[in-house]
Structure formats: C-alpha cells, structure tokens
Design a protein around this ligand. Structure first.
Ligand code: CO
Length: 134
C-alpha cells in the first residue's frame, strides 16, 4: 500500500540554526521558510536527491510542535511521510485493521497542497506517520 518515502519532518527549536546546519554544514538545497497557519508551523523544505526533509518550527499559540519541543528541547524527528495512491482506500483499510487515524479520519490538505492523514504513533512502533496522496 505505501509507496515512496515522501519526507522526514524534523522539529527544530531554532529555525535559523537548523537552516544554516543543512545549507552550510551539510550542503543541502534549502528553501525559504513558509508559514502554514492552518497547521501551526513554519516549514522549510530541503530537497535531497531521493526524498525531502522538512524542518518544522512552531507558528502561533496552539502549534502541534510546541509540546513536542517541550519534550525534545534539542529537536527531533517528528514524523515520516509515506506516499499512497488512494488516501481514502488506505484510511479505510487501516481503520478496518484497527489503526487509529488522527483528526477524525478526514484528509486535510498538507503543506504540499495534497491530501494527508496522520496515524497514531502508538499503533506504528512509536512513529507518527503521515500519509500523502500523490
Ligand atoms: Co509532513
């Protein structure tokens, strides 16, 4: 069901430091920060030859990243995103198999303008998983 790894998202406590680390120290292609108010994050896309990295930084009062950074003050991997061809079919199969789909189970439009869903980390070996329809 799952296809390619679309991205790995890393929550960071200081955006400028993380941008410099990826751009200057690691020599990656780093985009400009984009505010995503609907998701409570500022996102920086890093393009690698075979996948993407997304740096996530809290935006606004109720950012989903704030609690994560409180538990992980140095930052850390927040979620990984797998591509699926049909997000509703994927959701229905996962729910039938007993997995918890977050946010009521209705896909939202993600940072790439495509439908996404998140799966409960406790059902997937401690990893928050995002599915993106491509
Ligand atoms: Co993501």
């Amino acid at each position: 069901m799952i296809g390619q790894l679309n991205h790995v998202a890393i929550a960071v406590p200081e955006l400028d430091t993380a941008i410099a680390l990826y751009r200057d120290t690691l020599g990656a292609e780093v985009g400009a920060p984009q505010d995503e108010p609907d998701h409570g994050v500022t996102v920086v896309f890093i393009t690698l030859p075979n996948t993407k990295i997304e740096l996530l930084y809290p935006l606004g009062e109720n950012s989903p990243i704030t609690g994560f950074l409180a538990k992980n003050p140095a930052g850390g991997i927040h979620h990984i995103c797998y591509e699926v061809e049909d997000i509703l079919a994927a959701r229905d199969k996962l729910k039938a198999d007993g997995a918890r789909v977050l946010g009521g189970g209705e896909p939202k439009i993600g940072a790439h303008g495509k439908p996404v869903l998140f799966l409960h980390p406790k059902d997937f070996t401690g990893t928050l998983i995002e599915l993106e329809q491509v």
